[in-house]
Design a protein. Structure first.
Length: 190
């Protein structure tokens, strides 16, 4: 039997942090409990988690939180994840190298590096990107979930691109499909 795909714990850690930032700790705890995710209260993961746990968190929260609000929470979660990556995972020398480069070259180098570890955030899904004047990042989510999850990746990519490629970056997101077959396309104006 195939091992379940795993992703980084920040998907959960930062989603809970975004929930707490929006509602305060007490109300966030209530919302997690109502969503059947009370086990996460003061008990966040510290190592890779089965992707199912993140997607279950998202679908559970969707039952109690308006989808537009959840989209904003997931963008915030993605931005918080990017901040973690910038602080802990992306070496300082690499960040220093990217920032003065022309945006197209910086994008190409950053996403070449990201593609080597894409499994840590796409799990069983797929990740790809194009380069050029208007690069496109594509994440295909194959694990059962809901389209709003694409906002997590949007938040992550937006912050990374603004910090490392061009502070004026804008991303047009197209998140389509249904559970188990969601395609997230991020057209980047760098």
């Amino acid at each position: 039997m195939k091992e379940p795909a795993k992703i980084g714990p920040n998907s959960i850690i930062q989603t809970v942090a975004a929930l707490e930032a929006k509602y305060g700790k007490a109300e966030a705890d209530v919302r997690l409990t109502v969503a059947g995710q009370g086990h996460l209260i003061d008990n966040l993961p510290s190592e890779m988690v089965e992707e199912e746990k993140f997607h279950l968190l998202v679908t559970s929260l969707d039952k109690d939180i308006d989808t537009n609000v959840l989209a904003e929470l997931l963008k915030d979660s993605g931005q918080r994840t990017a901040a973690y990556l910038l602080k802990v995972r992306i070496p300082g020398f690499f960040q220093t190298l990217l920032k003065p480069l022309p945006p197209g070259l910086a994008f190409k180098l950053l996403f070449f590096a990201i593609s080597k570890n894409a499994w840590t955030f796409v799990g069983s899904g797929d990740f790809s990107y194009t380069t050029g004047k208007t690069p496109v990042i594509t994440v295909k989510v194959t694990h059962p979930t809901i389209p709003v999850v694409g906002n997590f990746y949007l938040g992550t990519f937006t912050k990374l691109l603004k910090e490392l490629v061009n502070p004026d970056t804008k991303i047009d997101a197209s998140i389509t499909g249904e559970s188990g077959n969601i395609t997230c396309r991020y057209t980047c104006h760098i």
